[in-house]
Design a protein around this ligand. Structure first.
Ligand SMILES: Cc1cc2nc3c(=O)[nH]c(=O)nc-3n(C[C@H](O)[C@H](O)[C@H](O)COP(=O)(O)OP(=O)(O)OC[C@H]3O[C@@H](n4cnc5c(N)ncnc54)[C@H](O)[C@@H]3O)c2cc1C
Length: 489
């Protein structure tokens, strides 16, 4: 919602109420659109001079409050949307940080190149992908996004820096998963992955319960590049954790029917339907969701191999439904995503039992296996099981349940994904991210005044607040009443 137009500190910004994809915890921020690297430098310099907080925002697909800064400046980087250079002999592309993975796929799949990791939506920017060090269904094999970033240009309060894993490994890896708090990525060079077709070859199988599912994944995930299990969170008793497992790889040209080979790299997905601004109430309740889950489980084949699916059907089924995040109603929803190490399957089982017994209306949940972590101190993926569950906000039981799940996850040596978080308490953060002080030391090097801040960083105490300069006008935090508490409280 747009409130008032402002010109803070010489910058043309618009005061807007912002939320993440989960539509919780709104806060009022001055949104400054940028089109060039110099615009980004100016926004940072103005924020620093005024002692105001500033953070970047991409396509706002993080679920919580990572891409907003109550009372401060939010730099909208989606205008940095140009493919700057490509060297496809080497599979390298240099792009503005506001380029979306959707645009990258539309530009490069027809030329035989795919992104190294894709989340469950194509509508994320390269800057957002780096800041969250995103993972795809191939993490167990290929690792996360930043392992494919060869260099980046980072605008910081200490100036614009050219950073690569070789030139400044500490800053590079602090930026990977650093949630925009080490600087604003202006452009980056990515290593793409060659593909022969725009089609996926997919094997599907049903698992009768959680143990059956994790057994099947542990046994045969190594044979597949991509693997994901969709779990029915409302099934209980002997069927608790029943799942549909889909695994596959990019189809090779010879695997397509002859008629499709001529146009094998065609990629043109469309949004098929849109959820209205005010969807019918009561759409998401345990009865409708249980019915949906039952239908979805029964519809899946017990076992099918070699099915040819489009990239969007396999990776981004929800992108076909515009604004699906409205489906959970006006109070929004939380996505709870955590990882626990291999060997901590009891913790995974404990979380799922608690969610299924709590009868929260969640349309399925997604289970994946992570491979080894990359060097980023705040990067989320570490070797183990990761489960992501959408949960509608509204039930008074939600907040205490999630607090208890945090304890289980932290106790098992696991962590919650900051790009999805909207409600975690700060006291569990250090246990989940034990290299936090190492990350803070690197960050302080490029932002000694603490100018880069977000609602997420304030809520979790990730960084210190900006120190006011003498005579500087401080941006007062003006958040909506909802923002004064965490999203579920
Ligand atoms: C349907 C859906 C499915 C998803 N599936 C997955 C998944 O499978 N795996 C996964 O890892 N994630 C997944 N996500 C989360 C998503 O990939 C991340 O939250 C990603 O960061 C969103 O990118 P964005 O451009 O929307 O960034 P925003 O949400 O706008 O911002 C996210 C963070 O990035 C920072 N940021 C943005 N641009 C820059 C920049 N140029 N420089 C520095 N910092 C910047 C922001 O400050 C903020 O901290 C999913 C999200 C949705 C909605």
């Amino acid at each position: 919602m747009t409130n008032t137009a402002t010109t803070p500190d010489g910058l043309h910004g618009t005061r807007r109420s912002l939320t993440g994809w989960g539509r919780t915890a709104a806060s009022a921020c001055d949104v400054v659109p940028v089109r060039t690297a110099e615009d980004v430098d100016r926004a940072l310099a103005a924020a620093a001079a005024a002692g105001r907080g500033v953070v970047a925002r991409g396509l706002a697909r993080s679920y919580g409050d990572a891409a907003q800064c109550a009372g401060g400046i939010v730099v909208d980087i989606t205008g940095l949307d140009t493919v700057l250079e490509s060297d496809l002999d080497a599979g390298l592309v240099r792009v503005g940080a506001g380029v979306s993975l959707d645009s990258l796929m539309r530009a490069f799949v027809p030329r035989g190149w795919f992104v190294p990791a894709t989340p469950g939506t194509r509508y994320v920017t390269v800057g957002g992908a780096i800041a969250a060090d995103i993972h795809g269904k191939n993490h167990h094999r290929d690792g996360s996004f930043c392992s494919y970033v060869t260099r980046l240009s980072l605008a910081t309060p200490a100036g614009r820096l050219e950073v690569s894993p070789e030139s400044d490994p500490d800053l590079f890896w602090a930026t990977a998963g650093g949630m925009g708090l080490t600087g604003i990525v202006v452009d980056a060079t990515l290593r793409m992955v060659p593909v022969e077709t725009a089609t996926m070859r997919v094997d599907t199988e049903r698992a009768r319960d959680l143990d059956d599912c994790i057994g099947r994944m542990a046994e045969r995930d190594g044979e597949y590049r991509y693997s994901v299990a969709w779990i029915d969170t409302l099934s209980r008793g002997s069927r608790m954790g029943r799942a549909v497992l889909t695994r596959g790889d990019h189809a090779r040209l010879e695997e397509l029917p002859a008629a499709r080979r001529r146009d094998a790299l065609r990629f043109d997905p469309a949004v098929r339907v849109r959820v209205p601004a005010t969807p019918p109430s009561g759409l998401c309740n345990p009865v409708t969701v249980a019915a949906f889950n039952e239908l979805w489980f029964r519809k899946a084949p017990r076992a099918r191999t070699g099915e040819l699916q489009s990239i969007s059907t396999y990776f981004h089924p929800l992108d076909g439904v515009g604004a699906w995040n409205r489906m959970y109603g006006p109070r929004g929803f939380i996505q709870y995503q955590f990882v626990v190490p291999f060997g901590a399957e009891d913790a995974l089982r404990g979380v799922l039992t608690r969610v299924s017994e709590g009868r929260m209306a969640s349309f399925l949940a997604v289970l994946k296996r992570f491979g080894p972590a990359d060097p980023g101190p705040l990067s989320f993926p570490t070797a183990g099981w990761t489960l992501a569950i959408d949960l509608p906000v509204g039930s008074p039981a939600l907040s205490p349940m999630l607090d208890a799940l945090d304890e289980t996850v932290a106790g098992a040596g696991g962590r919650v994904y900051l790009a999805k978080d909207a409600r975690m308490r700060p006291d569990v953060l250090e246990a989940m991210y034990p290299r936090l002080s190492e990350w803070r030391a690197t960050r302080d090097r490029v932002d000694p005044e603490g100018t880069l801040v977000s609602d997420l960083s304030r809520r979790l105490g990730l960084v210190s607040s900006p120190r006011p300069r003498r005579g500087a006008r401080r941006g007062r935090a003006r958040s909506s009443p909802k923002a004064k508490q965490s999203a579920t409280r």
